[in-house]
Design a protein around this ligand. Structure first.
Ligand SMILES: NC(=O)c1ccc[n+]([C@@H]2O[C@H](COP(=O)([O-])OP(=O)(O)OC[C@H]3O[C@@H](n4cnc5c(N)ncnc54)[C@H](O)[C@@H]3O)[C@@H](O)[C@H]2O)c1
Length: 350
């Protein structure tokens, strides 16, 4: 453990490598970007001009640079596994973008290589640090709405994509691209392990050979069910809530900004006995015991647990615990493979 800045080499200078990783690392006192790699000359030049680091056309050349401690893999998705293994072989810790891997075999190889080399494998499931997620987790764990028995997650938009993300050979598609974020949060909220998976993939609006619409129904080991719809092919006039957490004594509904939490106290409500008679007044429900519903409207914003890089530098310099373990993300990859299975849809997950 030291106190000197952690030295990073970033592979791939696109939306993720540049807009997320470079942007997050540059202002930090405990981090330094010492190298970048991208086949595009103008992107290498931009990095050299802006923060004077070493630049390389390929990861292989970059990994020879001794002072790099952590390789940040922000390349097209199909390269995440191979680039991670190369980085471990070169003695670097790794931050790998989502999706962690194309399949479970690859995820397991990455985890095994990290252990063998005694180097850290961080998966950039950055939404786990979002205050939307910490809010949902907080409410779920508080017991306020009882035990979660169903979670509904909805995200939609309409885009006609025509870039590398529309090709299976690059590991493209909405399942690999957008769903890792939602699946990761859903799996965490529902106890960490999924038992049953049913999925549907469709290609509606984008070019290429991959899906732009994903629907999945999951059942967690603890019995909680999950309905996830992630679509780039819907221009809906009245968006559905992004999140509905259904608990045994309440419900949270959120559009991602504001949460309405409705709940009642089961103890105050008391037990409910069956009366095997005609419904009183031809009405449903137990009129004799009206529930004392409570309602709270709050920002969908939970505790600040720091950001992804606070945890990376914390683990590497201050002996802190890794928040997103690669083992927990392996479950995301396993579920993605299961969703794709049986849809007959082309993809790299096998
Ligand atoms: N966590 C997030 O929120 C988030 C956001 C965006 C993208 N991503 C992930 O990041 C990865 C990259 O996506 P993007 O949107 O940045 O793509 P992009 O097309 O914007 O950028 C990719 C970059 O990688 C470079 N590149 C291609 N092959 C390379 C190679 N062999 N070595 C080095 N660089 C190479 C390209 O020239 C380009 O600069 C994807 O896997 C995606 O899932 C994650």
């Amino acid at each position: 453990m030291g106190t000197d800045p952690v030295r990073f080499g970033i592979v791939g200078l696109g939306r993720s490598g540049w807009n997320i990783h470079v942007d997050n690392l540059r202002p930090r006192d405990d981090a330094q970007i010492v190298a970048v790699s991208d086949p595009l000359e103008e992107r290498r030049q931009e990095a050299a001009n802006e923060f004077g680091c070493q630049t390389y056309k390929s990861i292989d050349e970059m990994l020879k640079q001794d002072d790099i401690e952590v390789a940040v893999i922000a390349t097209p998705s199909v390269l995440h596994g191979p680039d991670t293994l190369k980085s471990f072989a070169a003695g670097k810790h790794v931050i790998v973008e989502k999706p962690m891997a194309m399949n479970v075999v690859e995820a397991d190889q990455m985890i095994a290589a990290s252990k063998k080399a005694d180097l850290k494998l961080f998966v950039h499931q950055n939404w786990r640090f979002n205050r939307v997620f910490t809010h949902l987790k907080d409410v779920a764990e508080s017991g306020k709405i009882g035990r979660l028995y169903h979670i509904r997650n909805y995200s939609s938009g309409f885009s006609r994509r025509d870039d590398w993300q529309t090709l299976a050979r690059n590991g493209g598609g909405v399942l690999n691209n957008t769903c890792p974020h939602y699946l990761d949060m859903l799996i965490q909220l529902s106890g960490g392990a999924i038992k049953d998976v049913m999925g549907d993939l469709q290609q509606i609006a984008s070019a290429g050979d991959v899906e732009d619409h994903v629907k999945a129904f999951l059942r967690a080991k603890n019995g909680c069910t999950i309905d996830m719809e992630t679509s780039s092919a819907q221009n809906v006039a009245i968006p559905l809530p992004s999140w509905i957490l259904c608990g045994t004594s309440g419900t949270l509904t959120s559009d991602g900004k504001q949460s309405t939490i409705r709940w009642y106290d089961p103890e105050e409500a008391g037990s409910l006995e069956v009366r095997d008679v005609a419904a009183v007044g031809r009405k449903y429900g137990s009129e004799s015991k009206p529930l004392n519903w409570q309602e709270e409207i709050v920002e969908t914003r939970g505790p600040d647990i720091g950001n992804f890089y606070d945890n990376v530098t914390g683990v590497l310099r201050r002996d802190e615990k890794m928040i997103v373990t690669p083992e927990s993300v392996r479950e995301v990859i396993r579920v993605m493979v299961e969703i794709r299975k049986g849809t007959g849809f082309p993809g790299f997950n096998g």
